[in-house]
Structure formats: C-alpha cells, structure tokens
Design a protein around this ligand. Structure first.
Ligand code: FE2
Length: 283
C-alpha cells in the first residue's frame, strides 16, 4: 500500500510502501506523480536501485536527459550520472562539487528541467545535505516592491555568465561549449503547467538581467530575493541516508548542495533528470 506522508507543510512528502526497483503499476505511478506536483519534493527510503533500475524508473517520468557535460556515466546508461568524491586509480569516479548554490536544473535551456532524481548509495554521516527552496511560497510572500519588479518580466538565463566563478577548479568552457548554450529568456515568475501555481523562477548565479534592469541592478535585486530564502519557512534540508531517492520538480523549487568533509567521508550518488517544457507565465 503506497502511503504519502507530508513532512514539512505542503512542500515535502515521504512516500512509503513502494519498491521502485520492481515493476510499478500505472495507478501507483500516477499517485507518486500527483504527489510530486502537489508537494514539489518527494522522497523514498531504503530503496535498492541499480543504474538499470534507476534508468527504468526515470523513464516513467519522460525521456531521460543526457547531461550536456556528460561524464562519469555508465556506458549502457548514459543518463545515469555519478556524483562522488571517491577516486579509483587516482581519478574521480563521479562529478565532484557541483551545484553548491541555489539553482533549478537546466534552467539555461529553452526546455528547462522537469524532474531530477537523486539516489544515495554512500552518504557522509555529517554534511553533504541537499537544500530545497519552495519558490511558490516565496512568490506568495514576496514584498510588493520586489513583486512589481519581476512579475510579468522576462529574465535572461545564461549558463556562461558565472560558470568560471562557480567552478574555478574546472577547465574553462571551450569556444564551442560556450556557443552551444546561448542565453535564453524565461518569465521571472512562472505558472506551473499542472497545478497552475506561480513560482519565482530566478537565481542569482545564472540571471544576467531581468526586464529592463541592467546587470548590476539585477544582481542587487537577486541578492535581495535570495536573501529572503534565508528563512526556515521556505527551506527543507535533506539529510541523506543510503537508499534514499529524492525527486524534485524544478518548475517550483530551487536546490543547492552543501559541503562535507571530503577527506573524511565517501559520498556516492546517482542522478538522472527529465526535461520539461518551455516555462510560461499566465497572469
Ligand atoms: Fe542541480
């Protein structure tokens, strides 16, 4: 029997009574998908997923996306990415230190991220939590002076804007990598295609400009908006245990990785994602 337990307000739900490695009945999946849309973040515990099983479950959500900087994947399952600090023969077995800032996956593409699935295999007992922000709740609580500056405006998402500042240890993007992901415009407030709830669809590390504002003013406004997230009402912190599978809807949430002692702890996670549609704003 699949049960859905709200963990934090109407933002996070824990789902029990389903083995995600096994065949999943259509009505069970429909229940899971509805919970994701309603809450924004759902998680399962004590799962046993191989790359093949995670890939099969991901395909229920749509066509899995192969990351544009795909590496550390399984040859048969290129959509399953490994995130890890573990080294084998002196080489990292997974992508290390990514996404330690608020973001929505694939927001820099025309068709932005729908769901991301993250599965814990080895998890530090301290640190390495994942933070989630409820951008619907933030929208509902926006001070008027901020709301009028963003609602109905388009924002420029540019993957290349702060890439080298965010990833100083990575080689700079090549000319063709820079050209392959040009800036795109999305509404600063978006309407969820299923629930029709509005969310703030902005984060400072990717937004070059909002509406008519110049880059500097946009940066200050973004700092102000992200400052509002420093509030437990908007945030959920997931502390990982092996066997956890967390799924989030990138169309109404932001997430951020947090640090851990990578000399002391091993961390291995698998990650998949499915793209969605072009975000829209309905007044
Ligand atoms: Fe991410």
């Amino acid at each position: 029997m699949t049960t859905i337990t709200p963990i934090q307000n109407d933002f996070i739900a824990q789902i029990n009574g389903v083995d995600l490695a096994g065949p999943i009945e259509e009505k069970t999946f429909a229940k899971i998908q509805t919970a994701l849309h309603e809450f924004g973040v759902i998680y399962f515990q004590k799962q046993k997923l191989t790359p093949s099983a995670l890939s099969s479950f991901t395909k229920l959500w749509g066509k899995p996306d192969v990351h544009h900087l795909a590496e550390h994947t399984f040859p048969e399952y290129p959509e399953v990415r490994v995130l890890s600090n573990v080294k084998k023969d002196g080489k990292l077995v997974g992508a290390f230190r990514g996404g330690s800032f608020w973001h929505s996956d694939l927001s820099y593409l025309k068709k932005t991220g729908y769901v991301t699935l993250l599965y814990g295999i080895e998890c530090p007992s301290k640190g390495g939590d994942t933070l989630f922000a409820d951008m619907r709740r933030l929208y509902e609580n926006l001070p008027t002076n901020i709301r009028v500056q963003i609602e109905g405006k388009m924002a420029v998402h540019d993957r290349n804007y702060r890439y080298s500042a965010l990833y100083p240890e990575r080689p700079p993007l090549t000319k063709s990598q820079l050209a392959s992901v040009p800036p795109v415009e999305h509404p600063a407030v978006i309407t969820h295609p299923v629930t029709e709830k509005k969310s703030v669809f902005l984060y400072k590390e990717i937004i070059r400009t909002i509406g008519e504002l110049d880059q500097e003013t946009t940066w200050s406004l973004m700092e102000e908006i992200e400052g509002l997230l420093d509030n437990d009402d908007f945030i959920y912190r997931h502390k990982w245990n092996p066997g956890d599978l967390v799924i989030w809807d990138n169309r109404c949430t932001l997430h951020s990785a947090t640090p851990y002692d990578s000399e002391k702890f091993r961390r291995v996670l698998y990650r998949t994602q499915v793209s969605g549609e072009m975000p829209a704003y309905v007044a």
